[in-house]
Write a protein that binds this ligand. Sequence first.
Ligand code: HAM
Length: 420
Amino acid sequence: MSTFQAPKGTYDLTPPDSAKFLAVREAISAPLRDSGYGYIETPGFENVELFARGVGESTDIVTKEMYTLTTKGGSQLALRPEGTASVLRAALQANLHKAGNLPVKLWYSGSYYRYERPQKGRYRHFSQVGAEAIGTEDPVLDAELIILADQAYRSLGLRRFRILLNSLGDKECRPVYREALQTFLRDLDLDEETRRRIEINPLRVLDDKRADVQKQLTDAPKFRDYLCDACKAYHEEVRALLTAAGVAFEDDEKLVRGLDYYTRTTFEFVHDGLGSQSAVGGGGRYDGLSEMIGGPELPSVGWALGVDRTVLALEAEGVELDLPATTSVYAVPLGEEARRVLFGVVTELRRAGIAADFAFGGRGLKGAMKSANRSGARYTLVAGERDLAEGVVQLKDMESGEQSAVPLAEAAAELAKRLG
Ligand code: HAM
């Protein structure tokens, strides 16, 4: 193993590709920031207990995928595998729900960790941008979140994604369905592990990807037939609101999601260009999570979109993001004196808010001009001894190729004018 090898299932973000990730985070968070969501940041690790109780003792995430550690002080911690439990914990700790301003609308962006079998689109360290709306039961809120995610993806230029929608019922109707499903599943021909799953988490069996299992599930009881009237009405309202907003979705009875806290509305954004790891984002309502982690009743809803997979989706669709060059002016000094003088001009430009960069290390004209080109700068400033003796710098427009001498003292002002 080389010392320079990132750990298995992880990768580094380096320029120029890293700019795409920043742009994706920006595009996903912009509609949230414009819709009353405030930024929240929580630690990268939490007490294991939070995820065990919140995400669910029987989920793959908690039983197989969590990075846990014991600190020198004896605390049991886990690197966060997801954001919802942490964000709700933080909101409760800060008493945000008591400020008389429900729902508490929050957005976040960060790294998450799951010990999964790595493959394209599935990593052990990945990045999400998420949103949580805490403390209100209102179908408009569910619709708002789905519409904002749709808007974010569209603003990036993505088109080949679909929204899958389902309802998982509430504490009234879920247990009834669960039991009916268990009775059905117990009669099937299934392996030991799946039989165990029937007893702890039967809904997850519906999510089994194996064809022989899926074949046996054709006649499984449908949640649709078990939803109580309140859940049915709630779901119909969410569907109607999405339709009214022109957001297309597909009803997907098999959508159960991999976390235990969901109630009622659940949804996933899938992209058809991604192969098996097709979920670019997902979320839903979690009306019981607050109580599960020891808080008051706070019905809530949220989602998280995967930044890594969103970037893969952009690549799959051949979408080139319009990323403006970060440097507007590139300075190329030829000689000691020019170095000092042009660095002064660069500093002046930067202070005036103009993005400027500099050919460091006393490089020759040819190499420095190559860097100027690569920087994407609209203008270069070149100066040698003779220019300085005449009190000028050469200002080159990299688009037209035109070059002219400008008095040194006016260089910054001239650039400011030309760059508008
Ligand atoms: P999740 O479906 O587990 O939901 O993750 C959301 C998104 O994160 C996925 O759709 C995927 O794009 C990305 N993701 C998950 N695992 C990986 C991985 N191993 N590698 C790359 N990307 C990954 C949640 O995390 C919930 N907290 C969402 C939520 C918020 N529900 C309510 N509020």
